[in-house]
Design a protein. Structure first.
Length: 277
């Protein structure tokens, strides 16, 4: 048995006090081969500098989400595909982060109803949470990453409430296809004059497609949406969501819409609803 100076080492009760780990956890780490404390003549465990360093490593790796079995392979020097291990760990953490974010949105959704003075009992709270979950699940993850940049949790909660007002027969997949079809036809037609009949026909189609949302949204919600698309070149690319049109189409439609307004024209399915806000 190695001779260890007590000034350089700690008994298990002192390790418990300094690390916050339980003696049971320390013994479990020992049975797994993660630490190998020395023993006094009476059999008491002594943790030297090496074991204390190892406990620190375990804490750091655990905070990164690595399992004890993964740590074992690292510590004993087995061949490990560290890149694959960390990539898998990162994917798991991303999924957990997405779930946490979704839960936060659901809570904000429920809190927005409380802020409006609504009395909520247990049954109503459950219904609100389920409604918020449906809205969150309907938003693809790639869109969540983008909308998080432009909408606060409270604003996303307002969108969730607005979503409840949209017709239950609304078909999101068909709706996306319609946007892509319109975006393709506008892209193929430009450059054309914003005041032309063709351009103004596109304006009619564009705002007709917006009607499900223009009917339930507020001016503030549209302002944030406009900003998001004004900056779409910053978030579009590999892995980004496809809104059905690119920045050139967006800029053209802004000019065509401005031309409609300058002539005193109406924006179908939009202007009437906004007057009531």
């Amino acid at each position: 048995m190695h001779t260890v100076h007590m000034t350089d080492s700690l008994l298990i009760n002192e390790v418990v006090r300094r690390t916050g780990l339980t003696s049971r956890t320390l013994r479990f780490y020992e049975t797994k081969g993660l630490v190998a404390p020395l023993r006094t003549a009476s059999g008491r465990r002594i943790f030297g500098a090496r074991e204390l360093s190892r406990l620190h490593q375990i804490a750091v790796l655990k905070s990164a989400g690595l399992s004890l079995s993964q740590m074992q392979r690292l510590f004993v020097g087995h061949s490990v595909d560290l890149s694959a291990m960390l990539t898998a760990q990162l994917k798991m953490l991303d999924e957990e982060a997405a779930q946490i974010n979704s839960t936060r949105q659901i809570i904000h959704f429920a809190m927005s109803r409380l802020d409006d003075g609504e009395r909520i009992d247990a049954a109503t709270l459950c219904a609100l949470i389920e409604s918020g979950e449906r809205m969150t699940n309907q938003e693809p993850r790639e869109w969540q990453a983008v909308t998080d940049l432009y909408f606060s949790p409270d604003e996303k909660a307002k969108w969730a409430r607005a979503w409840q007002l949209i017709d239950s027969d609304f078909d999101a997949r068909s709706y996306d296809a319609q946007w892509k079809n319109l975006g393709y036809r506008i892209k193929a037609a430009i450059p054309i004059e914003p005041e032309s009949d063709t351009a103004q026909g596109f304006v009619d189609e564009w705002f007709a497609l917006l009607k499900p949302f223009s009917a339930v949204s507020t001016p503030d919600m549209w302002q944030s949406t406009m900003k998001m698309y004004d900056e779409m070149d910053q978030w579009m690319g590999k892995g980004a969501p496809d809104p059905g049109f690119d920045k050139s189409v967006w800029n053209f439609m802004k000019r065509a819409t401005a031309a409609r307004i300058m002539r005193g024209g109406r924006l179908p399915g939009f202007e009437a609803e906004k007057k009531g806000d």
